[in-house]
Design a binder for this molecule. Structure first.
Ligand SMILES: [Zn+2]
Length: 153
């Protein structure tokens, strides 16, 4: 497993244990080069699910990517890692049990937005700004106002 800090290719497993519900294995790893510690999860994947980004862009559903984008949105926000994990797991379940072999990336984006909206307003706006591809500060402001108004209702 490549080190997320220095990109060195090898890490050592320091500890390995099943998650509470037994659906995954959590491994603590240490980079052989820089010594940084990080955690990986091993899960069963029933089948490959294809995420359709556009007409000619498709990629395999990747939980890690989803986790990363949610984590970035929640950075420095008072959102417990556990709640982030739960949100990502719930989205993964929805995606995997949809019965479809392909899912639009926009559908996943909506699921993330719905989940973040309940977790943290700032994280929600951050994610939405990337997801909706805001180009101007004004888009961002308009959206923040919409969120603030929705919150008051
Ligand atoms: Zn490293």
């Amino acid at each position: 497993m490549r080190c997320p800090f220095c990109a060195h290719d090898n890490s050592q497993v320091k500890d390995s244990r099943p998650s509470e519900d037994g659906s995954s294995i959590r491994r603590r790893r240490q980079c052989e080069d820089c010594g940084a510690r990080f955690t990986t999860f091993e899960r069963v994947q029933l089948r490959d699910l294809i995420v359709v980004k556009s007409e000619d862009r498709r990629e395999t559903f990747d939980r890690t990517k989803l986790e990363r984008s949610v984590a970035i949105a929640c950075r420095k926000r008072p959102v417990a890692q556990e709640r982030i994990d739960k949100l990502v797991s719930s989205i993964q379940r929805q995606v995997e049990t949809s019965g479809e072999s392909e899912i639009a990336s926009s559908a996943i984006g909506e699921m993330v937005m719905n989940g973040l909206q309940a977790l943290d307003t700032v994280a929600y706006i951050r994610f939405a700004s990337v997801y909706k591809d805001f180009r101007e500060a004004k888009d961002f402001e308009d959206f923040a106002v919409t969120v603030a108004e929705a919150g008051r209702e």
